[in-house]
Design a protein. Sequence first.
Length: 160
Amino acid sequence: MTEVAKRAETSIGALYRWFPDKAALASALLSKYSAEIERHWAPIIATAHTVATSTFAELLIRGTMDFYQERPAYFILRAASVKFSRSSTARQNLREAFVQAFQAKNPLLSHDNALLIANVVLETVKGFLAAVTTANSKQRSALTIEFTRMLALYLEAKFD
C-alpha cells in the first residue's frame, strides 16, 4: 500500500481512507479496468457485422493485446490467486453487446445461439489473456497469431 500511495502521489492515510486494504484496492482497480476494456472493445464489437469474420477476430485479439500493453495490471489482477469478481450485470452487458453484434451479422441467429457464440468468444479471449500474461514477448507474438487463427476459424464456421 505504501508503494501504491507513493506512485499515486498521495499519503498512505488518504489511500486508506478510500481503500481499507489491498483487496479493496485490487477490487476497485479490476472494476475500473473491466469497464475500460469494455469501452476499448465497444468499437470493435460494433464492426462485427460490417467486417469480414477473420478481420473481426483479428481486431478483437489485437485490441486485447493493445489493452494488455496499456494496462498490464488488469491482467495481473485477473490472474491473481485471490479472485475478485466483476458484477454480474457488467458480465451480462458485455455478452449482450456481442449477441447484438452477432445478430446484426446474421439476423436469423437466435438469441440463445448468439449468446452461445458470445460465450465461446469471451472464453477464447480469456484463454488468450491467460496465455499471454505468462509468455515472453516472442511467445506473445506466436500466441497472438494462433489465437487469432483459432477464433477466426470458429467464427467463420458460424457466420460464413
